[in-house]
Design a protein around this ligand. Structure first.
Ligand code: 5GP
Length: 167
């Protein structure tokens, strides 16, 4: 669906935008595990302002390719984010339930701001309205893998975004 070259070009553009928007300060990049680890690693290398990187492990209850909207935190941030500018880095916003939950959670911890960067967005399936401040690509309603995204823990290492064909 999206080639490695297209991804690289877009990720650099997002990094430039983020660097411009945060130019007067620093930002805490919160990589939402596991799916955004590759996006976060590439994006971080295009951000020129001072950053700190932290990780949030999440699991959405539910089987297969459907989210239940109930998000379990499997690994919390390693440090407080009081008065910090926080940028949540997600792989994909689908129903929006996961990112909405994470925004609410982090806002209870007194950050200066919480913004969202997501590589992909599937607006067709939105169940809650979420503002994605830095968006890579809007895609149609297909289950995708690669560049960090999995299907049953496989395919995360594909360098491109591909579509899983199901019979
Ligand atoms: P949401 O809560 O927005 O429905 O779902 C967010 C999470 O569901 C993503 O972080 C991702 O882990 C998973 N997800 C949603 N759509 C896809 C998809 O097309 N492919 C993969 N691999 N995961 C998806």
């Amino acid at each position: 669906m999206i080639s490695a070259e297209q991804i690289a070009t877009r990720v650099k553009e997002l990094g430039d935008l983020i660097s411009r928007d945060y130019k007067d300060g620093s930002v805490v990049l919160v990589c939402v595990l596991k799916g955004s680890f590759i996006f976060a690693a590439d994006l971080a290398r295009h951000i020129t302002v001072p950053t700190r990187i932290d990780f949030l492990g999440t699991r959405s209850y539910g089987e297969g390719t459907e989210t239940s909207g109930v998000v379990q935190i499997t690994q919390d941030l390693s440090k407080p984010i009081v008065n910090e500018a926080v940028l949540l880095i997600e792989d994909i916003v689908d129903t929006g339930l996961t990112i909405a939950h994470l925004i609410d959670l982090l806002r209870t911890r007194g950050p200066r701001s919480v913004k969202v960067a997501s590589l992909l967005h599937k607006p067709a399936r939105a169940r809650v309205q979420v503002q994605v401040d830095y968006l890579g690509f809007t895609i149609e309603d297909k289950f995708v893998v690669g560049y960090g995204l999995d299907f049953g823990e496989r395919y995360r290492n594909l360098p491109y975004i591909g579509v899983v064909e199901r019979d």
